[in-house]
Design a protein around this ligand. Sequence first.
Ligand SMILES: Cc1cc2nc3c(=O)[nH]c(=O)nc-3n(C[C@H](O)[C@H](O)[C@H](O)COP(=O)(O)OP(=O)(O)OC[C@H]3O[C@@H](n4cnc5c(N)ncnc54)[C@H](O)[C@@H]3O)c2cc1C
Length: 497
Amino acid sequence: MRRPVSIVWFKRDLRLADHAPLAAAAAAGPVLPLWIVEPDQWRAPDTSGRQYLFQVECAAGLSADLAALGQKLVVRIGEPVAVLRALAAALPVAAIEAHQESTGERDFARDRAVRAWARAAGIAFREHRQNGAIRALASRDGWAARWERFTRAPIVPPPRALAPLPIDPGTIPGPQALGLPPDPCPGRQRGGRGAARSLLASFLSGRARSYRRAMASPLAGWDACSRLSPHLAAGTLSVREAAQAARAARGQAEGQLREGIDSFLTRLAWHCHFIQKIETEPGLERRALHPAYRGLEGAGEHDPRFRAWAEGRTGWPFVDACMRCLAETGWLNFRARAMLVSVATMHLGLDWRAVGLQLARRFTDYEPGIHWSQVQMQSGVTGVNTIRMYNPVKQGLDQDPDGVFVRRWIPELRGLAGAAVHTPWSAGGAAAYPPPIGDHEALARAARERLWGLRRGAGYRAAADAVQERHGSRRSGMPRTGQRRKAPAQRALPLGE
Ligand SMILES: Cc1cc2nc3c(=O)[nH]c(=O)nc-3n(C[C@H](O)[C@H](O)[C@H](O)COP(=O)(O)OP(=O)(O)OC[C@H]3O[C@@H](n4cnc5c(N)ncnc54)[C@H](O)[C@@H]3O)c2cc1C
């Protein structure tokens, strides 16, 4: 009789180190390392070819690392319960070990189905924590201390060897095989553990020096930010690994480098703080946290204003440059992301859900908990954050004073020198570049009145307090979704940079 195997189901954790499910499986006996390519996931409107290709690179690297231990990655295509059932029919399975995933309603439903099937099949299904998000969290009180403890716990070493299994490893399908539409992204970051480690090392040993100064600029932020987001999303690097490396580097650093590392550590906590929100409230990807905003969503993807925004043709140069940069590279810094959402949902009155889907597909680093919480915050529909409206021209002048970024991404404006690119209409316009989609100041005024009007409604405050109690952080240094309970909700500060 063959020894039963433990399946390690790799998802957003494509690494060997700091991988509790892999360690648990290896300690128990033979290991079947499994990556399931789920067509349903890749057909969903928030995913895209660029994200898939990034994950493929990560999975290929993981497979090579596993092969060096003795058993390469087993790849299967299909719905997880069907895949697991077929594997369990082919060889005896004792347990399925996986990381707990907090990525919204679709994946919650999938994991529920796997849990139910495993129970019925008499197979243990164990889900381990891989970040600061806590399942069935009763209260946010004490969350920050738990995050500290979690990230300070010892890093789990990878197994030394894996016994080879008599099983066809399968092959990783290309995006066409999944029916994914072409998604050209020539400047996309590369996946894989090696890329993650080298970004971490270069950031902590030097790039972090200019992090605080440059993070708000989409131009300087390109090098000054860590650029680890797609790796943290795909799990080629764990949050714990990043935090421990940062703490170690901080101990040796001084001055601006040390300050930069401190800011980075704060953001790693934010990473988990936001994932906790979707863990606590799956569905926030489609339902405004504050009830006053539900049913009031604006125009969707068929509106001409949506198309102009999505294609980088609003006639507001800094907005269009950010959008085109994102299309070509898959990345933008925080401030630019926030501005794109604010301009789309506030100035242009577009539906935050359609706006969020468009951006999600463009981000190589799409992480649902962070993404949807931020989209809601920047659209003003959480009810507990200050309404922060970005002036698209002022942002351009502040973050790109010489117009270098705009000229790089909008060739139609290359004939304009210096800061004049930010207001081409003052220079008589530019051939082939559209006139502004509207008067941004008048649009901002109208949006402000609309949003503040809702905040004066009966019952608004009580509902905002309930959102704050459920999702707000409880200490400074964390992104506060609002003041503590009794403070006026509308004065709360959304931190993000
Ligand atoms: C509308 C909007 C959507 C966003 N969607 C995503 C997303 O899908 N995936 C994603 O990882 N980040 C998202 N962010 C947060 C942030 O913009 C990115 O994490 C950051 O720009 C990634 O670049 P970096 O890795 O160089 O970040 P760094 O500045 O180097 O930060 C290090 C890490 O900390 C985390 N982090 C940084 N800023 C934040 C923040 N404000 N909130 C939560 N975590 C943070 C990320 O994991 C990041 O990789 C979004 C922000 C906004 C405003």
